[in-house]
Design a binder for this molecule. Sequence first.
Ligand SMILES: [Zn+2]
Length: 343
Amino acid sequence: MMEAFLQGDAAFDGIFVTAVRTTGIFCRPTCPAKKPRPENVHFYGTPREALLSGFRPCKRCRPLEAAGDTPDWLRPLLADLEQDPTRRWRDDDLRQQGLSPERVRRWFQTQHGMTFHAYSRARRLGSALGQVQDGSQVTRAAFASGYGSLSGFQEAFQRYFGASPTDLNRTTVVRVDRITTPLGPMLVAATDTRLCLLEFVDRRMLATQVQRLRRHLDAVFVPDRNDIITRTESEVAEYFDGSRRDFTVPIVTPGTEFQQQVWSALRRIPYGQTVSYRDLAAAVGRPAAVRAVGTTNGLNALAIIVPCHRVIGADGKLVGYGGGVWRKKRLLELEIEAATFAP
Ligand SMILES: [Zn+2]
């Protein structure tokens, strides 16, 4: 791939995309732009993976548009999206532009294997975190001091995480960064002493979770990393290779007393085992509150560590998971397999 990329080999167009850590941008292998240093290049099999990892599509080679086949009716929407990636789109906004939300959804699903809304969520987070990718201390320092040249990034970050440099004097500072996992990138946020958010970046309601945490912790989010995030990253990696069943990183799960009870009950479900929502309601002494238990399960902000994926429907079906039912299935398969081979 590196060879094909350095030579701009058109035979590989559509086979993979190249993403550059230092710029946060991804390209076709044939992009006419100046070639970056090889050590800063990542390869992804699809634009979708590059997007979900927080990269932005290149404006010159337009890697999202397979050669020449972007329909005319869609071009204005793609242009608007690139103009302002931080915008939240609703079906009504599409209709106002004379577009059918179903048609838009179908095109994105076919071309990129994701819905338009998932795509715009990924773009939003990508533009908020894009430049954090390279771990640049300069970016962080500039962000903290409100340095003007990064204003575009800073604004995107603020719109997503609600921080502003003047808020930095407030009590709790939450650092936020990304980690990669075999099931896709995750957003990780932690105070100086505790982990408060661990979620797949494409999950619905992620921005809502962030707002909820910000309110509960009276916190300001800044793009950065600390020991808690690094520790979470290694524990999650051990979990995915089957060598870790219990997490030891300290956590904080702000919520009502009932919510706290439900989340603690979740942590008591043994690795590789499942319970029903009804079992869970009984476990917290509220057998009639099955619905409320389900809702609280969905508000869990610490995926994997607070194992809401171990709760299933009474009929054994893998219903509802914020990160997508396919992930719930994979997590349970992984645990069952690890438990079978090393009981
Ligand atoms: Zn390009």
